[in-house]
Design a protein around this ligand. Structure first.
Ligand SMILES: Cc1cc2nc3c(=O)[nH]c(=O)nc-3n(C[C@H](O)[C@H](O)[C@H](O)COP(=O)(O)OP(=O)(O)OC[C@H]3O[C@@H](n4cnc5c(N)ncnc54)[C@H](O)[C@@H]3O)c2cc1C
Length: 592
């Protein structure tokens, strides 16, 4: 009988467990993998502030589970689990029970209100997609109401936004809101200096998990560039719908407190009959195994002891514990020795709006631009791992082309969209021109006799006949750079036939690619490369200089309308996903 492995929670840790199991399993393991989540999608929690601050739409932070697990044997179950019977080996929801041989608890975490009076009832937590949307809509509503009230005290309260907690999430949220504020003020006709954003931190500095210099950089940017007021050494003691009370300070009159300061294990873990440590996190050994031999716990909900400290609630911890659980379950099924997890955390990046970030990676602090790029790169790397090119493209689309916040001048222009349909005439015409170039070269005997020649010895570079009257095609001219001339004289001319055939084939290939709209993006790049090559050798001719801007037009999906790419690119992406998940090709793989 096959062994049933159930993974409870499709967050970072649960998904990693399932994907590693899928990748490493062998036929003889005879396992069934199922992943259960209350939602049909995976939420990219690390990007929630971008939805709350209206930088991207909610679609940008969710990934349907069916997209992640297509072409795998992982079964997806959507259900809200309310109990676990560890002795009977089953998960229980309101409607069903699920038996398991091995269980991986990957329930994640939830906000910790530390018993602060009024906090849970009145704050806006930032812990789920629903929370992020609620914050976004509430902020819009505050601006709308403020613009319509004549009462200065009510207006002030509506336009005061307090963020509790100066950790990663709080700082990212403050940055996002400060950036969005500019647009909101314009939209509702409110002076830019009127809304106030206050970040409250109980410790003496923000981002206390990072090096002090990074805290200072972040603080400077928030205060000086974004006009965020930062209150350090300030503990929130209670909250009402109208007021935040602070220890030893004047209360703040506000309708908005976004709470990001505390984290504890997911609520379900509280009622589980299992050993727990600090913040309700489930105790596990070095194999990520709980007190029950066949039950593992990973990610935020588990308390993995790394050198005397509990592994922090971070994505890296979730991925590494998830992978360890998968490998150790397989080891257990194969009756092999299990492997201890030795976590290696590389570091974090914190973005403050879309134009600033700090990073601390392997104890190195990178400059602003590199930190911003690293954050994008890490997200793309993660998305590529769980969903391939499609997810990366979707991410880039949301971040750069469909950004909702204020845009730089260049961003404003490159994010304007057009129908690929309008590129079809220029694509076909460009294809026809390349094809004609190739055919003309065949007629000029390019495939029959060597014609490429270097500079004429008397310096008359433009002449197309040699001293003995033979017809040639000179690839070194007056303006050819010396390095290019050297390559032409020493590599190309001695192997003229090879390069002639290559050029003819390339030109005909480009022609056909553009006409049919096949691999249009790659053809556009190749065409630009060939044009640069021609400019370096013979210079730019007026009759074909338009090839260059036309090739650039081909980079924007010109083959997707009335072209083969419309079918080919999605097909190839499916093939790639199938290959990555199964290590083999299936030419007829379709979407499940
Ligand atoms: C706003 C925010 C910003 C963050 N920023 C960063 C950052 O920049 N860098 C970083 O490293 N970390 C960051 N983190 C922390 C990081 O997101 C977590 O460490 C990570 O999500 C943990 O992964 P996980 O799989 O344990 O839990 P989660 O990703 O939370 O997944 C838990 C899953 O369990 C499911 N679930 C819960 N209860 C049930 C139930 N009863 N039945 C069925 N399904 C259930 C949930 O729906 C969810 O899909 C951030 C967290 C938040 C909230």
């Amino acid at each position: 009988m096959s062994k049933k492995i159930l993974i409870l929670g499709a967050g970072y840790a649960g998904i990693q467990t399932a994907l590693v199991l899928q990748k490493k399993k062998k036929k003889q393991d005879d396992i069934e993998i199922s992943i259960i989540d209350k939602n049909p999608y995976h939420t990219l929690l690390t990007e929630l502030h971008e939805v709350a601050g209206n930088r991207i739409s909610e679609d940008g932070v969710i990934v349907p589970l069916k997209d992640i697990f297509k072409y795998t044997d992982v079964k997806i179950i959507q259900d809200n689990i309310s109990r676990i019977d560890f002795n009977g080996n089953k998960l229980i929801s309101d409607e069903r029970e699920y038996k398991y041989d091995y269980l991986v608890i990957a329930l994640g975490s939830e906000p910790n209100y530390y018993g602060i009076p009024g906090m849970e009832e009145n704050c806006f937590p930032l812990w789920s997609l629903k929370d992020a949307i609620a914050i976004r809509e509430h902020i819009k509503e505050c601006f709308r109401k403020a613009a319509n009230t004549n009462d200065p005290l009510v207006r002030r309260k509506l336009l005061t936004f307090v963020i509790g907690g100066g950790g990663f999430t709080g700082v990212e949220m403050a940055g996002e809101l400060a950036q969005w504020k500019k647009l909101l003020c314009k939209e509702y006709g409110i002076p830019q200096n009127e809304p106030e954003i206050i970040l409250v931190e109980a410790l003496p500095r923000i981002l206390s998990a990072l090096k002090e210099s990074n805290s200072k950089k972040a603080m400077n940017y928030l205060v000086k560039k974004l006009n965020v007021k930062v209150l350090l050494n300030s503990a929130i003691t209670s909250l009402t719908p109208d007021e935040v009370q602070l220890k030893d300070m004047k209360p703040i009159s506000t309708n908005t407190l976004i709470w990001t300061a505390g984290v504890k294990a997911d609520g379900l873990s509280e009622i589980l009959d299992i050993s727990k440590g600090k913040a309700g996190r489930i105790e596990v050994n070095e194999y990520t195994q709980t007190q029950y031999e066949n039950v593992y716990s990973v990610g935020d909900v588990s308390a993995f002891n790394a050198g005397g400290k509990t592994l922090p609630a971070l994505v890296e911890s979730a991925l590494q514990t998830g992978e360890a659980a998968a490998l150790n379950i397989l080891a257990s099924i194969r009756k092999q020795e299990k492997k201890k997890l030795e976590p290696k955390l590389r570091g974090v990046m914190v973005s403050i709006g879309s134009f600033f970030a700090v990073s601390d990676i392997m104890s190195v602090q990178y400059p602003r631009l590199i930190s911003i790029m690293l954050k994008y790169f890490v997200n793309m790397h993660y998305l590529f791992g769980i969903g391939g090119f499609e997810l990366v493209l979707k991410y880039l689309r949301h971040e750069f082309f469909e950004k909702r916040q204020e845009k730089f001048l260049i961003e404003k222009h490159y994010s304007v969209k057009t129908q690929a349909f309008w590129l079809v005439p220029i694509r076909i015409f460009l294809g026809y021109a390349w094809l004609t170039e190739g055919i003309n070269k065949i007629k000029e005997n390019w495939l029959v006799e060597p014609l490429l020649a270097g500079a004429q010895l008397d310096g008359n570079t433009s002449a197309s006949v040699t001293e003995t009257g033979e017809k040639v095609f000179r690839i070194v001219s007056d303006h050819t750079p010396s390095w290019y001339a050297w390559i032409a004289e020493n590599i190309v001319v001695p192997n003229a036939m090879f390069f002639q055939v290559l050029i003819v084939l390339a030109e005909i290939g480009l022609g056909l690619a553009f006409i049919t709209g096949t691999f249009t993006f790659l053809a556009g790049i190749a065409a630009l490369g060939l044009n640069i090559n021609f400019i370096l050798s013979t210079g730019l001719y007026s009759y074909n200089c338009w090839f260059i801007p036309a090739a650039m037009c081909m980079l924007g999906g010109a083959g997707r309308a009335f072209g083969v790419d419309y079918y080919l690119i999605p097909y190839l992406m499916r093939q790639w996903r199938y290959f990555v998940r199964n290590r083999r090709i299936n030419l007829f793989a379709t979407i499940k």
